[in-house]
Unconditional design. Structure first.
Length: 258
């Protein structure tokens, strides 16, 4: 009887202490988010978690799916975008780890410098509010336009446009495909990388390393203090992830944020 009780007690302790095989579903966009989470997957497995990586190609569904409980976490967005989504859609999501910064770059197949931009040149931009504003601020910082004050500016907020540049706002994932049709495009580094573009080599202009747009791991706010969230955050900011960023991503213009 004593042996039975001891066996039962040990079984209960093991069950409580180690949630072996517990699935954590995380939504990601492709490069480099998926690649980084492949590194994290190996690390959280040591703590008994099975990180299931679900790939998305847009910037809205990963947040709504997370808010609705279809995901445990997501990893694709920067903090200003998250803040805007929380406010605009009434979500209650929170970030738990900064991982990297993907600087926006200005790319073209038709010109090699800003001096080659002519009147009525066309430029494609991300169509989500934060990245659109971010892209326009990059152009403003390089003297192409002047914008009204404000956080979420759009092309309608341009007050000076001496070259009469024309702007098209496009889904961020589709921007590399527009390079055949427009003079230039402001493209997120992850989507530029998928198209074979390397920021340090191919971008005409690029955000600097002080950009505030760190990409973060996001969960529901109610889960922020859970053991799974803490383990996921620790793995996301691990030496192994830093090593991966330094080896594989810094040469492509992607910088660590931790």
């Amino acid at each position: 009887m004593k042996r039975f009780c001891l066996t039962l007690f040990l079984a209960l302790v093991i069950a409580v202490a180690a949630p072996a095989g517990q699935d954590l579903i995380i939504g990601v966009t492709p490069f480099p988010h998926k690649d980084i989470m492949e590194v994290v997957k190996t690390l959280v497995a040591k703590d008994g978690y099975n990180l299931i990586i679900r790939e998305f190609t847009d910037y809205v569904v990963p947040n709504t799916a997370l808010a609705e409980g279809h995901l445990f976490a997501n990893f694709f967005q920067h903090i200003p975008y998250l803040d805007n989504m929380n406010q605009a859609r009434g979500l209650n999501l929170a970030w738990i780890a900064k991982i990297h910064i993907e600087p926006l770059g200005f790319y073209s197949k038709k010109i090699k410098s800003l001096d080659e931009l002519r009147e009525d040149s066309s430029i494609s931009l991300p169509n989500d509010p934060t990245n659109c504003a971010r892209a326009l601020r990059l152009l403003e910082a390089n003297g192409l336009i002047k914008l009204k004050p404000g956080e979420l500016v759009t092309s309608r907020d341009i007050v000076e446009n001496p070259r009469k540049l024309r702007f098209r706002e496009i889904n961020a994932a589709q921007l590399p495909r527009t390079l055949d049709d427009v003079t230039a495009s402001v493209i997120n580094t992850n989507f530029a990388g998928e198209a074979g573009l390397i920021p340090s080599r191919d971008a005409i202009i690029i955000e600097d390393k002080d950009s505030p747009y760190a990409n973060v791991v996001v969960i529901r706010a109610v889960d922020k203090d859970s053991p799974a969230a803490q383990i996921l955050a620790k793995a996301s900011n691990s030496p192994e992830v830093m090593e991966y960023i330094e080896k594989e991503l810094i040469p492509k213009g992607i910088m660590p944020a931790f």
